[in-house]
Write a protein that binds this ligand. Structure first.
Ligand SMILES: Nc1ncnc2c1ncn2[C@@H]1O[C@H](COP(=O)(O)OP(=O)(O)OP(=O)(O)O)[C@@H](O)[C@H]1O
Length: 348
């Protein structure tokens, strides 16, 4: 689609015929509709304003030049709103520099429905990378990175709008401050996001969250009495179904007692871009790509290989067995016998 800026920058907006302009930018019609005269579609925008009769301008209390200025401002603002509402199909990370000022030679585009993991040692800059994306850095953070949305510079509306938050953060600990039931909590979210068919959506979020959580909870459970895993599952289902944010940042979801693979699938099915900092090999291999962060820069971009995916199956099997051992321990059983595959160094 043609960009409004292309016309505005070249000072061309006023030279387009009104009919043509409305076809390109339908919202322009709203400005004309507010005037007491209807423009001839063949006449250029500037000629229309300049040709308004004196009596009419007096009635409006404006000069033709004022109206041209207002029209341009109106178009600029409408375009901002349109861009903020535009679906996000990709984000691009353009490299800056590492902690020693050496260039970060990266230009990576991540598409909706992709999972990208961020790995690296403690202090290497994983959280900083997530923060750069969250703030839509424009070479104005310590890393000097620049983030694009749909291949373009983000608009101010996108950067500073609270309503249209680009990023949903899933952090390790959920602190519910209000004493609400699960259903009241979700209903509040759904209402603030103006969701239609509220009851169905809320019931679905509870259903999905229960699929992810090991232990079940009901719509009437108070949120403050949910276990760590249950609240985590609830937040993931809530983000998938109720959040408009197209990008989800996750800082570790290990040890949360939830079905992590299904959790990621839920987010990806909703066409979210998922970025996850992790030390867990199972989560890291679930991603489509891994960004290796070192000394404050992305030093490698790895694509998960078929062999790695096969190894993931083995690791998951081991993980399930380890979970069984953990559960047996919780039930107060003794751990004299380990499953076959865990037996390497078992004391017999
Ligand atoms: N390119 C950079 N230039 C300057 N400072 C940086 C750069 N990248 C990261 N930093 C800074 O380094 C510090 C450590 O980074 P960060 O907290 O992101 O590490 P981390 O990998 O998330 O660590 P952990 O695994 O311990 O949570 C932060 O103060 C961060 O702002």
């Amino acid at each position: 689609m043609l960009q409004l800026e292309e016309f505005a920058v070249q000072g061309q907006l006023g030279k387009i015929a009104v009919g043509e302009l409305v076809k390109l930018f339908p919202y322009a019609e709203d400005f004309f509709a507010a005037l007491p005269v209807t423009p001839n579609p063949q006449v250029s925008v500037n000629d229309f304003f300049l040709g308004l009769e004196d009596g009419l301008l007096e009635e409006l209390g404006q000069s033709s030049e004022d109206l041209i200025k207002q029209f341009n401002e109106f178009m600029r603002q409408m375009e901002q709103i349109r861009k903020v509402d535009e679906p996000v199909s990709s984000i691009t990370i353009i490299g800056g520099q590492d902690k020693d000022g050496m260039a970060e030679d990266v230009c990576l585009t991540i598409y909706a429905g992709e999972i990208v993991c961020i790995v690296g040692s403690t202090g290497s800059g994983k959280s900083r990378l997530l923060a750069d994306i969250e703030w839509l850095a424009q070479r104005d953070t310590p890393t000097g990175r620049k983030i694009l949305i749909n291949d373009q510079l983000p608009t101010a509306g996108r950067r500073y709008s609270i309503q249209h938050k680009l990023v949903a953060q899933l952090s390790q600990n959920m602190n519910f401050v209000m004493d609400l039931t699960v259903s009241e909590f979700l209903r509040m979210h759904a209402e603030s996001r103006m969701v239609r068919d509220l009851e169905t959506v809320v019931a679905n979020v509870i259903l999905q969250a229960n699929r992810l959580a090991g232990e079940q909870f009901s719509a009437e459970t108070p949120v403050t009495s949910l276990s760590g895993g249950q609240s985590r599952a609830l937040m993931i289902a809530d983000t998938a179904y109720l959040s408009a944010s197209p990008v989800v940042l996750i800082d570790e979801i290990e040890n949360a007692g939830i079905d992590r693979q299904s959790a990621l699938k839920l987010l990806v099915d909703k066409q979210k871009i998922v970025l996850m900092a992790t030390h867990d090999p199972i989560l890291a291999l679930m991603g489509d790509k891994r960004l290796v962060v070192n000394n404050g820069k992305i030093s490698k971009i790895l694509t998960t290989t078929d062999k790695e995916r096969r190894n993931l199956e083995i690791l998951e099997k081991l993980d399930r067995q380890l979970t069984d051992v953990r559960n047996a321990l919780r039930r107060g059983e003794n751990i004299d016998t380990l499953p076959e595959t865990l037996r390497g160094s078992e004391v017999i």
